[in-house]
Design a protein around this ligand. Structure first.
Ligand code: NAD
Length: 440
């Protein structure tokens, strides 16, 4: 099939490459010229494992191309995926739909044949219906524009795997024809047994935000329990393992620590609450405000631990920060808990040196006031305190004895409860975790 993918960020670049990989002819469209130039030369504008290879293969096969032109998009295909950003609005929790509306306003008047627009961006319930009305007003006489919503569940760091082998496909469509088109798009996945859930558009929109709200709640649940563990001298990591064995609960998203961040969970639950308020159902989601509050509180709590371990003040301390991305295996620093902690520690007077395997440059772009090191050991030179804030696999492999030779003081906070604490203790480090009794 022929299709366009409009908005080629973390979601759209991956979706374009995956669609070409399963045999479709795909034109990716973005308003940012540099992004298009990079993608057209086979380079992802961000770090995502496996994406460069997939882009190169798509471009070589001739099935994948990129453009800035919406006219080219309108001429190229009759099926258009919308993958633009839907960030939090300035000054409220609601989603900012400027990008989605700009695509409709730009594309629809250019359509010369009937078309199906398929949203993949995460949007508040009711958006598809509003977009369909907007498209109907803008379409030329005699041109029919249908709008479906097909939310995306990929996770940065495993986005290719998630795109090629999704857990499920959710398709909210307004007609049997739109449903048939989406079944054809995803035919190879359906043949491989991926569940396909055909829904109305409102349900499809709500599936995505509900899934994210559930995951955020799970993270904040274990973080709240971790505070009680700390007060009681219990160990939240063992507790999480024990309750996680219960199949009704499951171990995923049950790691106490610095909490979630990134471009999705926080803004999606805030937008969910804002939309529920508009619908008069806000009281039912008031617990999500608490979920958000607990999550933001983790960042403050980690800074407090750092201050305590530094002897009561961070002023003029050298602090090494391991990790800047909001989670491992990505260079995305949007709403990164690690960076927020690093910034606060800097504001409290510390000299902060950050290392991240992939995100140093993105972090430097928003926090140039911090120092950045090319590797973890350099970041730790002369440190009075080390903060482990993003659980990259390479940090688990660090040799604490070796690192101990370059720091000024063997003190570390493992804000992700991911380091082998025994090894650190046995080499003379003071290590503090979240929701765990002090080990030494
Ligand atoms: P992003 O900021 O990385 O990418 C958005 C892209 O859209 C940018 O390249 C931007 O230049 C482009 N764009 C904006 N307005 C445009 C316009 N009018 N015309 C053409 N291009 C335009 O954002 P993202 O992380 O890819 O997220 C996109 C959407 O997908 C959001 O709704 C997000 O919630 C959702 N989502 C993201 C992920 C993820 O892991 N990043 C996962 C699932 C869903």
């Amino acid at each position: 099939m022929r299709m366009t993918v409009i908005g080629t960020g973390y979601l759209g670049a991956v979706h374009s490459a995956c669609m070409a990989e399963i045999g479709h002819e795909v034109l990716g469209v973005d308003s940012e010229p540099e992004r298009i130039e990079l993608l057209a030369s086979g380079r992802a504008p961000f770090y995502e494992p496996g994406l460069n290879e997939l882009l190169a293969r798509g471009l070589r096969s001739g099935k994948l191309g990129f453009t800035r032109s919406l006219s080219a998009a309108a001429a190229f295909a009759d099926l258009h995926f919308i993958c633009v950003g839907t960030p939090q609005s300035a000054g409220s929790g609601a989603a900012d739909l400027t990008g989605v509306n700009a695509v409709i306003d730009g594309l629809v008047p250019l359509l010369r044949r009937d078309a199906l627009l398929v949203g993949k961006s995460t949007v508040p319930v009711g958006t598809t219906a509003a977009v369909a009305r907007r498209a109907a007003e803008l379409a030329d006489d005699g041109i029919s524009v249908e709008v479906a919503w097909n939310p995306e569940f990929l996770r940065e760091g495993t986005a290719i795997e998630d795109g090629m082998y999704p857990d499920r496909i959710v398709a909210g469509t307004p007609s049997a024809a739109a449903d048939a088109a989406l079944r054809e798009v995803y035919a190879p996945m359906l043949a491989a047994g991926v569940p396909y859930l055909a829904t109305d558009v409102a349900t499809a929109e709500m599936v995505k935000v509900s899934a994210n709200a559930f995951l955020a709640t799970k993270v904040s649940f274990i973080n709240a329990v971790s505070d009680v563990c700390e007060a009681a001298g219990a160990d939240v990591t063992t507790l999480a393992e024990a309750i996680g064995h219960d199949k009704r609960i499951g171990r995923h998203y049950l790691s106490a620590g610095l909490g979630y961040g990134g471009s999705c969970l926080s803004k999606d639950i805030r937008a969910f609450v804002a939309r529920a308020d508009e619908l008069g159902a806000g009281d039912s989601l008031s617990f999500l405000r608490e979920v958000d509050r607990i999550n933001i509180g983790r960042r403050r709590r980690t800074v407090e631990m750092a201050r305590d371990l530094a002897g009561g003040s961070l002023d003029r301390r050298n602090v090494a920060v391991l990790g800047a991305a909001f989670k491992p295996d990505t260079d995305d620093v949007r709403d990164s808990p690690a960076l927020q902690v690093a910034e606060t520690v800097h504001d409290l007077g510390a000299q902060v040196r950050v290392h991240d395997p992939r995100a140093n440059e993105n972090a430097r772009a928003i926090l140039p006031c911090l120092d950045y090191a090319p590797d973890a050991k350099k970041a730790c030179e002369d440190a009075d305190l080390v903060l482990h804030l993003t659980e990259w696999a390479e940090y688990r492999e660090l040799d604490p004895a070796d690192l101990g030779t370059v720091v000024r003081k063997r003190s570390i906070i493992d804000a992700r409860n991911a380091l082998p604490a025994d090894r650190w203790v046995s080499t003379g480090w003071t290590i503090r975790g979240i929701g765990r009794p002090a080990l030494n």
